[in-house]
Design a protein around this ligand. Sequence first.
Ligand code: BTN
Length: 321
Amino acid sequence: MPESILNLLKSSDSFVSGQDISSILGVTRAAVWKKILGLRKKGFVIEAVPSKGYRLISSPDLAADYLLPLVKGALWKELIVHDSVESTNDLAMSLAAKKGITAGTVLVADRQTRGKGRLGRRWESPGGTNIYMSLVIRPELAPRDVTMLTVLAAVAGARTIQETGNIPVTIKWPNDLVISDKKLGGILTEVRADPDRINLAVIGIGINVNMLSADFPEELRGIATSVRLEAGHAVSRNEIILQLLKEFEHWYGILIAKGRKPLLAAWRKDSSTLGKTVRIAIGDQTVSGVAEDIDENGMLVITMQTGERRHISAGDITFVR
Ligand code: BTN
């Protein structure tokens, strides 16, 4: 029920009477009051005036009660916000292994104690400021299409931050969200798959939202940034999550209905990698050349100095100036 009360309060700029809430939801006024108290405990600021009713003043910056009713639908079924977990990706995978997890679940954490980045790196995950989320889906895709899920999340993430922060975020292949070559977010996709089918995909997304320079460890200050630092003001994590889930659902629908082409075109439009001279470290090998394109499998197409073209599936990329 708190979801429904919240929806009623959110849809009105002024007071909604206790009488109206109780008759619309078919519950007693005492039950309405109890739920209002519950919402206040979760950080919602709700004004109560005896002759007028209730008015929503503000919502907590990160709240499942706020988000779930707005995203629940064809793709998203559950949204759970944890205060602290080791890693939202690991939690999703272990829930899947132990008791199963509903496809369409979104796990969000305020903080991670063992946040994981790509290539076994650590993902800086302090509390109260950023987004750490894992999207759990059971896609109608073959294992070779898994890169497309990372491409999809990168496009959804870039579009979301461009709109909510009004800042020119781009995608640095394969999975970085960057602005002026400073990293603002990253994606880590993990799957459980049979040879011909992805059983479960966990798409982990980390976005630095409201971190200030001093909040970053010193070694990251020159190479990482946040939405707040770039936009010049704090941004609501709820709004970014909401928008990101909508964008993801939109592009997922397009991928399933129309194939990869529209998604790859969107990726190209937001890419800061294409046309650049790059150096890519792949294990202990390095490949240099001009990044020409992204192919149908999400691989980066490089033309090397010799004129040879290579399709690269993963690696650490540096722009050569
Ligand atoms: C990268 O750019 O290296 C990928 C970073 C992915 C970080 C996110 S935060 C939520 C999810 N849980 C994790 O442990 N990692 C991903």
